[in-house]
Design a protein around this ligand. Structure first.
Ligand SMILES: NC(=O)c1ccc[n+]([C@@H]2O[C@H](COP(=O)([O-])OP(=O)(O)OC[C@H]3O[C@@H](n4cnc5c(N)ncnc54)[C@H](O)[C@@H]3O)[C@@H](O)[C@H]2O)c1
Length: 265
């Protein structure tokens, strides 16, 4: 019997990278999952691979109507919604304040905040009535950038700090009916993209950075992290084991742990 047997889940950005790993693991744990993403190709890929276990919704998390549409699919197909995973995100590819032209900074901010912050807010708004009915919960994907500098440029770091604010405020507002928590992963080798307004929509983190090498050399545990390695805390937070847990972030980034040199044997 899985940890999430019979539960209904919606994952935004669930067709790629970390979101896809969450969907696959949740299905393994017995959940039925609505995968909400704007990439039709990637949605087709996950639908083909997971067959009947998922429903896919093509849409944009910055649109309230699209978020409502995704929640409606969960209600109609699965009878409700137990967990909303807000996960779709963009990265700013470490573009710094001084090196970024002002117009790119302004437009990039609007696009990145619309996905990484407004997308979470509107998703929570759309899901809240169903989650209340199910005594369910929200799990947001944060990042080491929700706590520390250097995991992106100022736009990404500010957006993840803002999403941390959403965890705390929504945990306060939605109590005692709906729990709100988050997971903060560190670097992951995924297809993470950036704002179109900055010419970063077709760039991918994995193409841009030797992310596995960076993690192996610089993270406390000195190992590359696969998206599948980061999903356990989502299962825990979504499950009944976390029935008294709200307003909490599980930080699995290891960025708060200084490196030990030489490495321990
Ligand atoms: N990759 C990393 O190193 C890393 C580290 C920490 C946190 N994160 C966070 O993990 C989350 C998932 O990112 P990922 O690394 O798996 O990247 P990814 O690009 O592989 O997956 C993100 C998915 O979100 C979708 N998406 C983007 N904008 C959307 C929109 N407006 N509407 C609907 N769907 C949209 C994309 O199509 C994609 O399928 C993000 O919140 C990211 O900030 C990533």
């Amino acid at each position: 019997m899985g940890w999430l047997e019979g539960s209904a889940v919606l994952v935004t950005g669930g067709a790629s990278g970390l979101g896809r790993a969450i969907v696959e693991r949740f299905v393994d744990e017995g959940a039925r999952v609505v995968v909400f993403d704007r990439s039709k190709d990637k949605l087709d890929g996950i639908a083909a691979d997971l067959k009947g276990a998922v429903r896919t919704v093509s849409g944009d998390v910055t649109s309230f109507a699209d978020n409502v549409r995704a929640c409606t699919v969960a209600e109609e197909e699965f009878g409700g919604l137990d967990t909303f995973v807000g996960n779709a995100g963009l990265w700013d590819f470490n573009r710094s304040l001084l090196d970024t032209p002002a117009d790119a900074l302004a437009d990039g901010f609007d696009e990145l905040f619309a996905v990484n912050v407004k997308g979470y807010l509107l998703g929570a708004k759309a899901a809240a009535p169903l989650l209340r009915r199910a005594s369910g919960s929200i799990v947001f994907t944060l990042s080491n950038a929700a706590f520390y500098p250097g995991g992106g440029g100022p736009m990404y770091t500010a957006a993840k700090h803002a999403a941390l604010g959403l965890v705390r405020q929504l945990a306060y507002e939605l109590a005692p009916y709906t729990r709100v928590n988050a997971v903060a992963p560190g670097g992951l080798a995924t297809d993470l993209r950036g704002p179109d307004a900055m010419g970063l929509a077709d760039r991918s983190l994995t193409q841009e950075l030797p992310i596995n090498q960076i993690l192996t050399e610089h993270s406390a545990l000195r190992r590359a992290v696969r998206p599948q390695d980061a999903v356990g805390p989502y299962v825990l937070l979504a499950s009944r084991e976390s029935v008294i847990t709200t307003g909490t972030v599980i930080d699995i980034s290891t960025f708060g742990i200084p490196q030990r040199r030489p490495p321990a044997d």
